[in-house]
Design a protein around this ligand. Structure first.
Ligand SMILES: Cc1cc2nc3c(=O)[nH]c(=O)nc-3n(C[C@H](O)[C@H](O)[C@H](O)COP(=O)(O)O)c2cc1C
Length: 309
């Protein structure tokens, strides 16, 4: 059986132009999520609104789902006003972000440490009968027991799906995703469940789905940033050659460069935006070219290095 693959939201990386370019050049992904949109000082940042604007999220062979990051039920309702106004019928909620600045305000994984607030949000879901809700969560802020204890409330909530990243918030990205903790949640959860965390290869997907055959899909983040063909390789059963991969990366780069050069203000901004693109791609690029791309300080040198990929 081939399982659906989703591309994890990654703030600063998987923005609208990246999602579009990835879907066009590599494919293999069934669902793309936006990085989280948060409510701050009474509004949503313009650039976040732009990123989830439906007109920039038309993907031919994949679904797009916007993600919100509410820290309490009032923020949830404010963010839902934005989602409804944009005409969406589906939204994902982030209950997993581990960044201390956000968790201390009960956002992301921080919400798992205040179960009463999490339950208030779950109770509010029924006020939006036209919206399909999913949650992407860790299994706790400080202990897996927090996430497991929420399973009953989650089971009662009108959710379409839950994606679980089996780490706790205080771990950030340290240690390994814990498959035994995920197994405890699988046993208790009655919703469709997607697994997320540390999937780097087709073999990893197969090991995972071999152990958890009832899951509804696999979400991959950094594994797809560093090997953008991973989902396509899994779906087709064919490994991309180094040359195919490099050509794909070059095409994807050119699409993103063409977009960024039309919106960035000045060379410095453009260069720093483009240098981010390479951050996870070092396994696919010759070491010297990678260094030239990521360390140069002039756009002219950057473009020369990009030609050599
Ligand atoms: C740089 C970075 C930005 C992220 N941004 C988001 C985000 O906006 N929303 C979210 O739900 N998770 C976010 N995550 C978490 C990822 O979606 C994912 O859960 C995590 O990287 C584990 O999956 P992976 O091992 O396949 O990368 C981010 C992770 C990283 C490293």
């Amino acid at each position: 059986m081939i399982y659906p693959i989703s591309f994890a939201p990654l703030q600063g990386f998987t923005l609208a132009i990246y999602r579009e370019a990835h879907a066009e050049v590599f494919g293999g992904v069934d669902t793309y999520y936006s990085p989280f949109v948060r409510w701050e000082r009474g509004s949503v940042r313009n650039r976040d609104l732009h990123d989830i604007d439906p007109k920039y999220n038309i993907l031919e062979h994949a679904r797009f789902v916007p993600q919100i990051l509410p820290g309490n039920v009032d923020e949830f309702r404010s963010l839902m006003m934005v989602i409804v106004r944009l005409g969406y019928h589906e939204v994902d909620m982030n209950w997993g972000c581990p960044f201390p600045l956000l968790t201390k305000r009960h956002k992301g994984a921080g919400l798992l440490a205040v179960p009463d607030e999490a339950k208030r949000i779950l109770n509010a879901l029924s006020d939006y009968p036209d919206i399909r809700f999913s949650i992407k969560m860790r299994l706790g802020m400080t202990s897996f027991d927090e996430g497991i204890a929420l399973a009953t409330s989650l089971n009662e909530a009108p959710l379409y799906q839950i994606t679980v990243h089996p780490r706790v918030g205080i771990q950030q990205y340290k240690g390994e995703a814990d498959w035994d903790a995920f197994a405890r949640f699988v046993d208790r959860c009655r919703h469709l469940l997607v697994y997320n965390g540390d999937i780097q290869s087709v073999e990893n997907i197969e090991q995972l789905t071999g152990r958890f055959p009832t899951i509804a899909g696999v979400m991959i983040g950094r594994g797809l940033l560093s090997r953008p063909s991973l989902a396509a390789e899994y779906k087709t059963g064919k490994r991309w050659s180094e040359q195919q991969l490099r050509e794909g990366v070059r095409r994807m780069h050119d699409i993103i460069y063409s977009y960024e050069s039309s919106v960035c203000q000045g060379e410095v901004q453009l260069l720093s935006k483009m240098q981010c693109f390479w951050e996870y791609l070092s396994p696919q690029i010759d070491k010297r070219i990678f260094k030239r791309l990521t360390k140069c300080t002039k756009l002219k040198n950057y473009l020369e290095a990009a030609k050599d990929i």
